[in-house]
Every structure is written in structure tokens, then in C-alpha cells.
Design a protein around this ligand. Sequence first.
Ligand code: PMP
Length: 449
Amino acid sequence: STESVPESKAMSHVFHRSAKQTPPVATRGEGGYIFDKAGKPYLDGSGGAAVSCLGHSDPDVIAAIKAQADAIPFAHTGFFTSEPAERLADRLIAHAPEGLDKVYFVSGGSEAVEAALKMARQYFVEIGEESRGRFIARRQSYHGNTLGALGTGGNAWRRAQFQPLMVETSHIAPCYAYRGQEDGEDLVAYGQRVADELEAELLRVGPETVIGFIAEPVVGATMGAVPAVPGYFKRIREICDRYGILMILDEVMCGMGRTGTLFACEQDGVSPDIVTIAKGLGAGYQPIGATLCTARIFDAFQNGSGFFQHGHTYIGHPMATAAADVVVTKLTDGGMAARAADMGEKLGAALFEAFGQHPHIGDIRGRGMFRGLEIVADRETKAPFDPALGINKKVKAAAFEAGLICYPMGGTIDGVQGDHVLLAPPFILTDDQLGELVDKLGQAFGAVL
Ligand code: PMP
């Protein structure tokens, strides 16, 4: 009964992320807002970690879910395909970067990454290159929390208690100009220099032992919306091709229009061999993810064993794919990805205007409706705050109090322990709501910094 639903802060029997505190109960969503049980509105400045691209009450997505629930909510893919899954795959491929033309559906981001890693490994088995068994990723990357995804991710503190991890991975530097670019170094030269770390690492471990390189085009949760500098991913693509390894891009967070184009890598001018998407694909209405690959990879399976040695009960779920089909239609034909580009420009400009001179904001970055602010103790030296101060947690709490959901993170960013805030609001926000977001973030900074 509703009586048993706990009030904010009372302990419930759900094992929440924090075992010490039960969060407020979300009871309603409308556009860019979530309302708790007491009726308090929260502007969703992070889209629940870059998920809710269309806001919380999209009538068309909801109608599609209802219609599919009435027609056939579930049919196991061991026996059937479904109309929405076929439609969604066609739509994704029509808009995907060149060469990506098969889609494997899963139920979320970590699952999409697991599928990508196993698909890449099995591809080499299918073509008789079984010596390839390891991956190269980047420090500070986050690719998910399942064991394989965690194994490739470069987030030291998440990995620490689960060592040894089962996927052998080595990590190179992220492309992170704010701290990585040397004094007087040209931005493009910097990008080439860090990309070349991939080649050095390949030569160190032996290129014939490597399956692929995995990276987020715009690094999300762990670094706060850090895009690569121009030319970086083109150089990465060249190196992958030179050594015959697969380029896997993880667009779970930055894909699906978030950066202003349906796929973030479009802006880097590259096409990967495998790309993962999730989050914005279901826009929060249904759990769904997908792994797209090239015909070369698919053909190796088709001409080889004929089976991908993988699978989950809920792959290609009819209700999830029905919802996502409407989401992708809105992002593409409906112009919502283009809106993310336009509103994202405004958001970026408003953030520079409000915080560009702030003594504790060292860097403002990102693309489209995907923006990060790095908090520092000193703008000149870029020195971070003492992590013991828990600045990012305090910003989160102050923003929440003010009715703004934002996604602050701490932790090490390429050797430096720091704090940042990630913003990833719904693309449907109005100008006034963008203003409210920036005002409330300013209030939170005012209370903490
Ligand atoms: N990859 C990236 C880049 C992500 O940001 C995330 C989630 N934050 C994941 C993978 C894992 O996705 P999920 O939480 O849906 O399993």
C-alpha cells in the first residue's frame, strides 16, 4: 500500500545505492521536472545521468509503450523477432556513422559494453586470430559496472576492490586538454601526442595480442563532459587500422543526440567498428541499450560459427524497442538532436557568462546538452580542493535543496583528485528553464564555494 512507501530519509527495504539513507520518493514527472511525494519540484539538470533527453512525460513514447503492451509485451528472441525491434534497428542504421549496419539489442549500457567486448573477441576467433585477447582503454574511463565493463574501465577506485578483473586491459591517457596540454603546445599537436600513446601501448604489449581500443568520444561521468580535441580520434582510427585492432566507441552517455548529433563521433569525423548506446535511447521510459557493428564483423559470424555466443532473456524486448523507436524518431526526424545542439549552445554560453570568471570554476567544457564544470581551489594553479572537504557532494546537496538535480563527481582525474559537475538536461527545456538551471547551480556554488 502507499502507506508502506517510506517518507524521505526513513529507511526502506530497498537496497539503495547508499545503505545509510533512503532518498526522497519520486512520484511524478512533467517535462523537465521530477516531483517528490511532498510535491517539491526538481529541475532535472542531469537528465538522471544523461538519460531523460525528452523529459519525463512524453505522450508519444508513453502511447507507444501502451500500444505494444496491448499487442505483445514480450516474445523471446530465441523464437521470434518483433516489429518494433526490426523498425528500430532500421532507423538506427539509417542514421548511424558509415559502415555500422547491424544492431544487437540489450537492456542497458553495461550490457551494451559486455556485448561489444564479447563480439570483438569472438570476431577474432571467427577469423582465426585467437591470440588477440586483451583490450586497451583509457584512464578515468567508465564503461559500466558488470565485470567485463568494469574490467576495461579505467576508473581506479571502482576497480580497486574487485581485482583481479577478468578482462585484461591496459590504460593510456585520456584526451584532456585542461590538464594534459603543455605550456605553449598547440591543441592539435597535443591531441596527436596523446593519441600516439595508443601506438606506444600496442607496441609494448604486442599488437597481435590486442582485440581493440575502447573509449568514450566525450568522457561523461568520471571526468565531466570532456570532448577530445580536433584530430585526436582520426589519429586513433589510423592507429587501430594500422595494427588491425577494432575501434570500439562507448556512446552510452554521450550518444543519442546528447552532444547535438545523434552519434557523438560524427563530430570527430570517425566511424568505429563497434559502438554502444543506451541511456538516451530509451530516454528513461524503458531500459534498453544497443551494440552496433560493421558488416565485416557480422559477416565473420555469419560465415563462421553462425552464432554470437552471448544473449540475455530480454534482448530486443518489444516494449523497450517500441519506446526507443519513438525516441529515435523524435531525435532525428523530429529535430530533437538538432534542438540539443541549439539549446546546448545557449547552455554553454550561459555557463560561461555565469561562471567563466568564478574563482573556483577552472574549466567549462562539453558539447550540446552535455556540459561539465571543473571545480578548483585555485584557478591559476588549477589546484583542486582537498578531497576530504567533499565539495562535489556538498554541491549536489545544495543544488538538490534548491530544487536542481545535477551530477557532481569527485575522484581522480588523470592523477589529480578533483571535483566536477556534469549537466545533461532534457533537450526540451525552454530558455527560461535553462536560466533556472544556471541560477540554481549558482545558488549551490554560492552556498558551498
Ligand atoms: N558506459 C558509459 C560511458 C556510461 O556512462 C555508463 C553509465 N553511466 C555505462 C557504460 C553503463 O551503463 P548502465 O549504467 O546503463 O549499465
